[in-house]
Design a protein around this ligand. Structure first.
Ligand SMILES: *Cc1c(COP(=O)(O)O)cnc(C)c1O
Length: 426
């Protein structure tokens, strides 16, 4: 490097005495200003560039402003994916936001039974609602669906075998794979059947003295078609029961209501899985349920009790804010008529082409001319839910009426702008 240039770089303590630095010091902590100026000088030195007051302070100012911005901040989701994992999945219902704000500000009876004055269970309110809404004997809430699976496998199958169809050895995303979680739970995976076809006899032949449970993993994020066969849930449950084994289903997407009523493909609900007799049902709280990130476990009381008393439970338990948001979201499901209005994820997923088209037109009118145009699009449900909804026209919903003009092939969003607005350029 040019020695004259190095000499030309000002000393840090000199820079800190300038009026430009004084201005920065009014807005940012001294340590941050020092670090920003030091980094700027280091950069100039490395590139053998001279110090120019205006440009160099502008760079430091920009770096300080970037560091002062919150790391986690609001964005506009223009991806066309409603439950986008990278964007935080489901926006919370107003009731859930209110509940979070209220519980965050003060104390609450998180683990206190107000009736008896004794220690209570933190998930009691959510568990009672889940039981009411699904018919399950008992329920439990943990941090997310993956945690729920880990807890279930650890508590129910550790040291033994879990039997799964080869068609259900799913990767959920972010590298989370069912075979890995079974291993992590201390169980041995016994694969049965073929990728496309698994029969009841395959499960029956695999059952041995070490078998603890039969696991069904809902193919929530991909589709199989053609020469396929899978065992009816009720038959799997019966086989498990006859063998003195547990039956567990990982539903993934966690629908509580029949989505075909909202114009989406039918998805097995948690209540249906409970009704089919599974000993344990696992689902996510922030996929089709539209609530906060959570893992829901529901089923027979004796099984849920084994999970609740497992040492991992302490490591996987939710905080009060999650529980407040989840309870408020679940409460909304007591009123099916008001559900679509109250749960943003459901409202977006069931929006008609006309509704989304009108919203797009309003947005377009706010943008500078020529910046954007309105065109057909395809939306995805996302979050590993309802892969078919992107590809096939949903069945015409039973209610509300008027949805039958939805564009064919659209999940829920506009394929076609409303008549008269088609592809209008601005
Ligand atoms: C999404 C999903 C999970 C994981 O749930 P998270 O809440 O994302 O941890 C597990 N199993 C299936 C089948 C899923 O679709």
């Amino acid at each position: 490097m040019d020695a004259s240039l190095r000499r030309a770089l000002p000393a840090l303590h000199r820079l800190l005495e300038t009026p430009e630095a004084a201005e920065l010091l009014q807005q940012h902590p001294r340590a941050a200003v020092v670090a920003a100026l030091r980094a700027e000088l280091a950069g100039l030195r490395a590139q053998a560039l001279p110090f120019e007051t205006a440009r160099s302070f502008a760079a430091a100012r920009a770096a300080l402003a970037a560091a002062a911005r919150p790391g986690l901040r609001q964005v506009i989701n223009a991806t066309g994916v409603v439950l986008h994992t990278n964007l935080g999945r489901a926006p919370l219902p107003q009731a859930a936001r209110d509940a979070v704000a209220a519980e965050a500000a003060g104390y609450c009876n998180l683990e206190l039974d107000l009736e008896t004055g004794r220690r209570g269970h933190r998930h009691a309110a959510c568990a009672a609602l889940l039981a009411e809404l699904t018919g399950a004997e008992a329920a439990l809430v943990v941090n997310n669906g993956a945690a729920a699976m880990l807890l279930a496998l650890s508590a129910l199958a550790a040291g033994g075998e879990a039997v799964v169809s080869r068609g259900e050895l799913v990767e959920i995303g972010g590298g989370f794979r069912i075979p890995d979680v079974i291993r992590q739970g201390g169980a041995r995976l016994v694969e049965v059947g073929a990728t496309n076809r698994t029969r009841l006899a395959d499960y029956a032949n695999a059952i041995g003295p070490e078998t603890r449970l039969l696991l069904r993993v809902h193919q929530s994020n991909f589709l199989q078609m053609g020469f396929t066969a899978m065992v009816e849930p009720a038959a799997l449950v019966t086989l498990a029961r006859e063998g003195g084994l547990l039956s567990v289903v990982d539903l993934g997407s966690g629908a509580l209501v029949d989505l075909s009523a909202h114009g989406l493909p039918a998805e097995p609900t948690m209540g249906q899985a409970v009704g089919q007799g599974f000993d344990l049902v696992v689902a996510s709280g922030d996929k089709l349920l539209g609530g906060p990130q959570a893992g829901l476990l529901l089923g027979r009381a004796a099984v849920v009790e084994r999970l609740a008393t497992h040492p991992l439970m302490r490591a996987l338990r939710c905080d009060k804010l999650t529980l407040a948001a989840l309870e408020a979201t679940l409460r909304l499901y007591r009123d099916p008529a008001g559900l679509r209005e109250a749960v943003p994820a459901l409202a977006m997923l069931s929006a008609t082409a006309e509704e989304v088209g009108a919203r797009a037109a309003r947005l377009l009118a706010l943008l500078p001319e020529g910046l954007a145009e309105m065109a057909e699009g395809t939306s995805l449900v996302g979050g590993g839910s309802l892969p078919a909804a992107a590809r096939y026209a949903p069945a015409a919903p039973a209610s509300p009426p008027g949805n039958d003009r939805r564009a064919a092939g659209s999940a829920h969003a506009p394929r076609r702008p409303a008549p008269g607005r088609a592809r209008r350029r601005y």
